[in-house]
Design a protein around this ligand. Structure first.
Ligand code: FE2
Length: 339
């Protein structure tokens, strides 16, 4: 084979996104989003609504009757809390279907973001978890886990992720770290064979289409060398951050005084979903089961019970403390009802 032919084989061609936004100027936050793969939207809900959600989240922790008291730091330990992932992400206990979670998903300002982004009102919402991270936890083993939530085999922009922030979130308050600009380099990065990072949270290899890829420390440099920057997203109560699922990211632990309060919310067009995925989504909704960040596919029912000291947490539950109101909007976003 000639040298010219070899170069042709290795040349990278950018694949098409599911919706092609290239070459369009919107004159609003969407331009920044498509350029950087992320954007912060200010004041999507009022500070009063944000406070309502903070109180609801604390009330939710107290309902487990494990002795948690937000005013007594000695109770900010695993034994006084339901089981979480990475020091504060709650996906079990039917948390994704608590009334407060669906209220947050249907906040007019939140829905509007996704309608505008995708150019349709016919959306599906993920059955995602919430995050309540207590600062200065002494009982946690934690390490950064830079990852993206899109399988490298899926090309182009196929999903976006978001979080609605309820508490003041400054430099010391932990939270979302994003590799700004990495989404647009995703397909180029994965045009070569890449080994996933060896991390305690790495998915088992048999879950081929699990949409999680853990990066190696050297991969950060690959992105930085191409102009990307790892940033800590600072937010005020009521702000929303939106990122392309190809963006490298992780959450840092809070080290200041402030408890971190977040609801993860992702929406994509219903037309992306197959009938099979919609049926599975309906089943999960009816049984109060959480899934992944993905609203239209990768509907992986999170049926694994929370484990505490090697056994199922005695506080495990299969329905929310407060069930959501089954409005038309909720049923449509859940994929249960057609538009
Ligand atoms: Fe993630």
């Amino acid at each position: 084979m000639s040298a010219t032919a070899t170069q042709t084989v290795t040349r990278f061609t950018k694949p098409k996104d599911l919706v092609d936004f290239s070459g369009i100027t919107f004159g609003d936050w969407r331009d920044e989003f498509h350029k950087n793969g992320c954007v912060v939207l200010k004041g999507v809900i009022t500070p009063e609504r944000a406070q309502y959600y903070r109180e609801k989240q604390l009330e939710w922790l107290r309902k487990f009757d494990l002795g948690f008291d937000e005013n007594d730091e000695s109770t900010w330990t695993a034994e006084h809390l339901p089981v979480s992932f990475k020091g504060g992400m709650y996906y079990a206990y039917a948390a994704p279907h608590e009334k407060m979670a669906w209220e947050a998903r249907t906040e007019p300002g939140v829905v509007e973001i996704f309608e505008k982004l995708w150019g349709t009102k016919e959306l599906l919402c993920s059955f995602d978890g919430l995050n309540i991270s207590l600062p200065r936890r002494k009982d946690l083993n934690w390490s950064p886990w830079p990852h993206c939530d899109q399988n490298p085999e899926r090309k182009g922009m196929q999903a976006v992720q978001g979080l609605l922030n309820f508490a003041p979130n400054g430099p010391k308050d932990g939270g979302l770290m994003l590799m700004k600009g990495s989404a647009n380099l995703f397909d180029e990065f994965f045009s070569q064979k890449r080994e996933a990072g060896d991390h305690e949270d790495a998915p088992p290899p048999e879950l081929k289409y699990m949409d999680l890829f853990l990066f190696n420390p050297k991969d950060l440099k690959w992105f930085e060398d191409r102009g990307c920057e790892m940033i800590k997203v600072n937010m005020e109560p009521g702000d929303f951050v939106l990122w392309d699922s190809r963006t490298m990211h992780y959450a840092s632990l809070p080290e200041g005084e402030q408890i971190r309060h977040v609801q993860y919310i992702c929406m994509t067009p219903r037309k992306f979903a197959s009938e099979e995925q919609l049926e599975l989504k309906t089943e999960c909704f009816n049984k109060f089961i959480g899934t992944t960040h993905w609203p239209h596919c990768n509907i992986r029912p999170a049926t694994e019970p929370p484990m505490r000291s090697g056994v199922v947490c005695p506080k495990n539950r299969n329905e929310p403390f407060e069930k959501p109101e089954l409005t038309e909007q909720v049923l449509r976003l859940a994929g249960v009802k057609e538009y």
